[in-house]
Design a protein around this ligand. Structure first.
Ligand code: GRF
Length: 214
């Protein structure tokens, strides 16, 4: 919160009075939409992070899965939600919704569909994705969720991590804005790798989004 103390002198008879006024950040809150297809643990961390923010608010959770658990998490935070089919996304209905809601930034947090070009172009440098590995390794078509961690395990990697990047027309190829690493050992399984990666995601994703907004 930006606080400015303004000393205003008022003369009341001969005694000067000083009044202090606190001015909140006068910039309007940035409006964020989160697109998610699954559990939404990242979406929840982001909603919690911006719950009382004076920089941004999560104004929409959008999902292509009507039974995705992320929709329950949205209810918990009183964030409106919207569900859509792949066809509706591809024919512009999702974009219309984002425009109608005056969304400034789109956050992909476990969103499994390929975003159409019209949508990426509508949010240049304002659409961000998180990938559960150190791109450019283990990215691209078919590399999502457990497939990523299984591939990391099969390759005998000594480390993995997270990548937060801007979204452009080519899957997982937008500008990388943040990476964090975690070490692995031979006892790690795809499940334990997933847990380590989730821990990094929950810790850093909300902060990195906030940095992007500033
Ligand atoms: C995360 O690992 C993220 O990197 C990937 O999908 C997963 C979503 O997890 N894109 P959750 O639904 O936020 O728990």
């Amino acid at each position: 919160m930006i606080k400015k103390h303004i000393a205003a002198w008022r003369h009341c008879g001969r005694i000067p009075l000083i009044s202090q006024v606190t001015i909140k950040n006068s910039n309007p809150l940035k409006r964020l939409a989160i697109l998610a297809s699954g559990s939404g643990s990242n979406a929840e961390k982001i909603m919690a992070h911006f719950q009382h923010s004076d920089i941004a608010e999560i104004t929409l959770i959008a999902s292509n899965k009507p039974d995705a658990y992320v929709l329950e998490r949205a209810k918990k935070f009183n964030v409106p939600s919207f569900t859509f089919s792949k066809k509706e996304m591809d024919t512009g209905i999702l974009l219309d919704k984002l425009k109608a809601e005056k969304i400034d930034y789109v956050i992909l947090a476990g969103f499994l569909l390929k975003v159409p070009v019209e949508l990426t172009r509508a949010f240049p440098d304002r659409m961000v994705n998180i990938h559960p590995a150190l791109l450019p390794k283990y990215g691209g078509k078919g590399m999502y969720g457990h497939f990523v961690h299984e591939a990391v395990k099969a390759a005998g990697e000594k480390e993995t991590g997270i990548t937060i990047h801007l979204v452009n027309e080519n899957y997982d190829e937008g500008k990388i804005i943040f990476q964090a690493h975690t070490t692995l050992n031979e006892l790690d399984t795809p499940d334990s790798i997933a847990a380590k990666v989730h821990e990094l995601e929950h810790k850093y994703f909300p902060q990195v989004i906030e940095g992007l907004l500033e």
